[in-house]
Design a protein around this ligand. Structure first.
Ligand code: ASP
Length: 316
């Protein structure tokens, strides 16, 4: 059994500095050697580290591309992958890899830690050990292994900013995997998208500005799919429609999702062609929007992709 470890940074491999925790080279490598010597990890492994290691707050779509390139380059030589990553944007990366990789035959397991390996009582040791186990046993696809749970890559969200048990994922009946005979990846282009939320008294001008400047918008709407019906938002969404800027609507509620058409106060979304994001997480919605913008420049093909369930990103 051979596991490829892709180390990107994050708290797991950080040390305390004068300005706060920051990545340090060699920490994850040393812990893996210690676990191997102690017999906690039995698989052979090979590690590739990002240069430089980053706090995942600084992760960009180009970092998602780098991770996917490492997976594609080693896919035939490894039985599974462990990606060590910061927790702040881990859910974005997990979703981005689930949309960007097609035809995976191996598990890709993202993990990290809430407390650095350099600190007493770190959860990094447990998460690393369990991620190794998952990389040898999980079905093909992109998963997050954290605090004893294996979570769907396109359904996961960071739900707690402090506790070890920091991630949740709602159920879905489709694995985090797009089937294909051969492995391929779609790189994320430099397309720009905005996540914005409706709020009482909001300035809809900013949504209109986004329709001018961005190539796509994730709109976080109320509850099961309502928005303020004032003229401002209507005009902004009409402008987005006229410019072929896809607007992907998701709920501000973490669970349950939207169902456009339930309330009259949501009719505006349908009238202006907003796409129903159902119960996608905001992270999955953003990654899927960037994926659709990267695949094609054709507006109707972009909308078709956004309306298609690719890898269990919504429940049913
Ligand atoms: N700021 C850190 C990061 O996302 C947090 C963590 O890893 O837990 O890189």
């Amino acid at each position: 059994m051979k596991i490829c470890v892709i180390h990107t940074g994050g708290t797991i491999g950080m040390v305390a500095t004068e300005t706060g925790f920051a990545p340090k080279e060699g920490l994850v490598e040393a812990e893996l050697e210690r676990l191997r010597a102690a017999g906690e990890i039995t698989a052979e492994f090979q590690l590739v580290a990002a240069q430089p290691l980053i706090d995942s707050a600084n992760a960009m779509p180009s970092d998602w591309n780098w991770i996917m390139e490492q997976v594609v380059a080693r896919h035939d030589h490894c039985d599974g992958f462990v990606v060590t990553h910061g927790t702040d944007t881990l859910a974005f990366t997990a979703a981005a890899l689930t949309f960007g990789l097609k035809g995976l035959k191996k598990p890709v397991i993202l993990t990290g830690a809430m407390l650095a390996l350099s600190e007493e009582g770190s959860d990094g040791t447990r998460n690393l050990t369990e991620a190794f186990l998952a990389a040898g046993t999980a079905p093909a696809g992109v998963w997050v292994q954290f605090a004893g749970q294996r979570l769907h890559g396109a359904r996961v969200r960071k739900s707690h900013s402090v506790e070890f048990d920091a991630f949740k994922a709602s159920a879905t009946d489709m694995p985090p995997h797009q089937q294909d005979e051969t492995l391929s990846m779609v790189s994320y282009s430099g397309a720009s998208a905005l996540i914005t939320a409706v709020a009482p008294g909001m300035s809809a001008d900013l949504v209109a500005l986004a329709a001018e400047r961005a190539e796509g918008i994730v709109l976080r709407v109320y509850g099961s799919g309502t928005v303020p019906e004032g003229l401002g938002l209507r005009k902004a969404l009409q402008r987005a429609r006229a410019q072929d800027i896809p607007v992907l609507a998701v709920s501000q509620c973490a669970e349950g999702g939207i169902s456009l058409g339930t309330y009259s106060a949501g009719a505006l979304l349908q009238e202006t062609g907003a796409i129903d994001g159902r119960d996608m997480t905001v992270e999955a919605a953003y990654a899927k929007l960037l994926h659709a913008l990267s695949v094609t420049k054709d507006p109707s093909e972009r909308r078709r992709i956004l309306r298609t369930r690719l890898c269990g990103e919504w429940a049913t």
